[in-house]
Design a protein around this ligand. Structure first.
Ligand SMILES: [Zn+2]
Length: 436
């Protein structure tokens, strides 16, 4: 055994399945030790079962061991909109919220459609948070996200982008989108698509249904998303090129993705915490904090998404962290920008699914860590020897009220303001080094 740098002793492991060695089943009360050397996992074993001399020992009794989470979908607003968020504040929210790695979308100003912007993002991240969280930029798929000319994806991949997307402004021209998928595949960049028909009430931020009728607001039907989900799955089949679908919000999309997966089509998908807990009713009172794109939908959609996450039809969770300033949200509903923040609250919020038995701990870890790691080929901790030692010591019982002061993100636009969550990150290690 190599010299051990760090021994985390006596943590509780949330699952009765062990991801290491002979897969022995554990009892719920079993505690584990984690051994780290050179920034990597050496072993995870029942507590006290391994004799090891470690340079540093962390006593973790009463805390739960979790992998560092990976968020495949955030908006960090820098360059161009630093009054909403910047790379330093976004990564600070990620660190406090339990995210060891985050991917940031290209809708900055200027757009991240060339290597200069990617390099600027990576430089800012390294300067503000040299020990992580790790930042992985997503390249704009088209120049200026205008949907007309493909961005130089080879250059963007070489500069450090890990995927490409026109997020927020989906490419209308299916021929161009097909060429984009083919080009991205040749430079090994997975394509992420925000599915939204460009003509069916784009960006309404409100579901078409009972609540939109009551409030007299223009709503967007679920079909607006599902139409483009179907297009993308058929293209992925035709081209045999993988596609990843962002922030899926409705049952119709889930059923199409299930159909695609049954046929072996290379489609993967994410949903977000808010689609698992909130419905269109959250918009009542013209609550702009609940205005998001795609919009919050119905109880039936929540049920379908929860089932799909458990069964693996929906592969992963992502926050779609979308900070906006107070003055932008304090406007009439139809004028307010879409989006809510998520990095500070996502772990505690979604841990509720595990607490309530709606999701197993293994499914939770797959959705937030190993799943995004696999899809985007990022370092992810599955607690197997050689994995990056990115992990959390989490107190699942600690209650906290969501107030502006508790949020590290520069913007406070979350419909959770005023509510109580359970679960706090007490320590956060990246590559074996403590950052929180
Ligand atoms: Zn989007």
């Amino acid at each position: 055994m190599p010299a051990i740098d760090l021994l985390v002793r006596g943590a509780s492991w949330p699952s009765t399945k062990a991801p290491w060695r002979d897969q022995n089943a554990l009892l719920p009360e079993d505690r584990v030790d984690l051994l780290v050397a050179g920034g990597k996992v050496v072993d995870l074993a029942p507590s006290g079962s391994i004799e090891a001399e470690a340079a540093e020992v962390v006593e973790a009794e009463s805390l739960t061991l979790l992998p560092g989470l990976i968020d495949a979908h955030t908006h960090l607003r820098e360059p161009g909109f630093e009054y909403k968020e910047d790379i330093a504040s976004g990564l600070a929210a990620a660190a406090a919220g339990g995210f060891s790695a985050i991917m940031c979308m290209a809708n900055t100003r200027p757009v991240n459609d060339n290597a200069t912007v990617t390099e600027l993002m990576l430089r800012k991240a390294a300067a503000a948070h040299p020990n992580g969280p790790r930042l992985f930029p997503v390249a704009g798929l088209t120049l200026g996200l205008a949907g007309e000319t493909l961005a130089p994806l080879g250059e963007l991949a070489r500069a450090g982008c890990v995927a490409a997307s026109n997020d927020g402004l989906p490419v209308k021209n299916t021929e161009l989108f097909r060429r984009a998928m083919e080009y991205a595949a040749t430079v090994d960049l997975p394509v992420i698509d925000h599915c939204e028909d460009p003509y069916l009430a784009p960006g309404a931020g409100m579901n078409e249904g009972r609540t939109s009728a009551l409030l007299g607001l223009r709503g967007q039907p679920a079909a607006a998303e599902a139409i483009q989900v179907a297009r993308d799955i058929l293209l992925a089949d035709e081209l045999e090129i993988p596609i990843h679908l962002a922030h899926v919000s409705c049952r119709e999309s889930v059923e199409l993705i299930a159909w695609g997966k049954e046929r072996g089509i290379p489609v993967t998908a994410e949903t977000c915490p808010h689609y698992l807990f909130l419905t269109e009713e959250a918009c009542e009172g013209y609550n702009t904090l609940a205005k998001v794109n795609p919009p919050l939908r119905t109880r039936d959609d929540v049920v379908a998404l929860r089932q799909a996450l458990g069964s693996g039809v929906i592969d992963i969770l992502a926050t779609d962290h979308a900070p906006h300033a107070d003055h932008e949200k304090e406007t009439p509903f139809s004028d307010a920008p879409c989006g809510l923040t998520g990095l500070d609250t996502a772990l505690a919020w979604t841990w509720r699914l595990v607490r309530e038995g709606a999701l197993s701990a293994e499914e939770f870890m797959r959705a937030w860590a190993t799943g995004p790691g696999r899809i985007f080929r990022l370092p992810a901790n599955g607690f197997v020897a050689g994995d990056p030692a990115d992990f959390l010591l989490f107190d699942p019982e600690e209650a906290w009220e969501v107030t502006p002061e508790m949020l590290r993100s520069k913007s406070k636009n979350t419909p959770l303001l005023g509510s109580t969550l359970h679960g706090r990150v007490k320590a956060h290690f990246i590559a074996g080094r403590r950052i929180v």
